[in-house]
Design a protein around this ligand. Structure first.
Ligand SMILES: NC(=O)c1ccc[n+]([C@@H]2O[C@H](COP(=O)([O-])OP(=O)(O)OC[C@H]3O[C@@H](n4cnc5c(N)ncnc54)[C@H](O)[C@@H]3O)[C@@H](O)[C@H]2O)c1
Length: 330
């Protein structure tokens, strides 16, 4: 059984901590937040000790793994410090997305994990569903033939006005990760963005992309649309067929080229995904499973390197937006 802890106890850290508590592969041994009332409330709820300082917790408990569910500016400025402290001690980290709002810090975290030989994952939870996995299997089996294009979109409401690039940096780690999951590395990006009435940030954006293997793609994302209706759609097409994945886990349809019979996977009523929180459960369980099985750091599914690659694409999109030109991922 893995001894685990959670750093950062906002709504998302509390969800991580609940999942640690419930997962059969993990034993939650502590929680830490510099906001005492948050640490104390989570500790009381979950029956584990509270800490208010990351180093103190790591040195007192020496857990096998920590979730880093801090936030900060652009939802990513606080991850660096706790992540580096854990990795330095050889403790595995599952960090929240975005890996960081700062590419240099993201690179340092990925390099530190590599230097220490430690498993480092990011909560790229949208790819951790049975439907997303099945779509990946279809791609790997060649059922789509030679891949040609991908259309991805995601839209939710997030009224925060923290930074002009908040939506690009904080929403799209998910969408870009899903696109990379099916289609590989992205080499070139062109981005336009707009502002919904009353907003000052680039709250809706449209991206064009070219992948290293020649696949072309588009991505639309928005922080301007209230939840309720579907919120995410991924379509990948090749010479052999096309799939459409609706809402990460709700429904997946394969349209084979030249064949009018389609294959549909629908999230089952019994034993299926219940809601969005189950994407976290699946993602965390997979990390626990990989750690338990002694997986190599480079084999981590949804790794720090994946989180960094997505963030570099988004930095490139921002460069494109600022320069009104096609930009190339460095
Ligand atoms: N994967 C997803 O689907 C998903 C969805 C929503 C949010 N998120 C991510 O989850 C993260 C957390 O979101 P939130 O809304 O819970 O944030 P939040 O700001 O409410 O909570 C973060 C907590 O971390 C604590 N913290 C920060 N630095 C610390 C440090 N060095 N030591 C101890 N405590 C520290 C803060 O005091 C705060 O209580 C964000 O990065 C966000 O992008 C992910």
């Amino acid at each position: 059984m893995l001894r685990t802890a959670v750093i950062g106890l906002g709504p998302i850290g509390n969800l991580h901590a609940t999942i640690h508590k419930e997962d059969p592969l993990a034993e939650l041994v502590g929680v830490c937040d510099m906001r005492k009332e948050r640490a104390d409330a989570a500790a009381a709820r979950l029956g584990v000790p509270a800490f208010y300082d990351v180093e103190e917790m790591l040195d007192a408990l020496y857990p096998d793994m920590v979730s880093v569910a801090t936030g900060g500016y652009e939802y990513g400025s606080e991850h660096y410090l706790p992540t580096m402290l854990a990795l330095e001690r050889g403790i595995a980290v599952l960090g929240e997305k975005p890996i960081s709002n700062n590419i240099r810090e993201a690179e340092e975290m990925v390099a530190k994990a590599r230097e220490k030989g430690v498993c480092y994952g990011i909560n790229l939870n949208h790819r951790f569903t049975p439907a997303a996995r099945l779509a990946k299997k279809w791609v790997d089996e060649g059922r789509l033939g030679h891949l040609l294009f991908v259309n991805m979109s995601m839209w939710i409401m997030n009224p925060r006005e923290s930074s002009p690039y908040f939506q690009l940096k904080a929403l799209h780690p998910h969408t870009v990760d899903v696109m990379r999951y099916y289609c590989g590395d992205i080499e070139a990006v062109q981005c336009f963005a707009t502002k919904a009435p009353g907003r000052v940030i680039w709250s809706t954006a449209q991206f064009n992309m070219r992948f290293k293997n020649g696949i072309v793609g588009s991505l639309t994302g928005s922080y301007d649309i209230e939840r309720g209706h579907p919120m995410e759609r991924c379509e990948v097409a090749g010479t052999g067929g096309r799939f459409v994945l609706e809402d990460m886990f709700r429904e997946l349809t394969l349209y084979p080229a030249g064949n009018l019979e389609k294959t549909v996977y629908t999230n089952p009523i019994f034993g299926g995904m219940r809601d969005f929180n189950d994407t976290f459960r699946n993602r965390l369980h997979r990390f626990f499973e990989q750690l338990t099985d002694g997986c190599k750091p480079e084999e981590i599914d949804g790794s720090g390197a994946d989180g960094l690659a997505a963030q570099k694409v988004l930095a490139t999109a921002i460069e494109s937006l600022e320069t009104e030109s096609v930009a190339y991922v460095k």
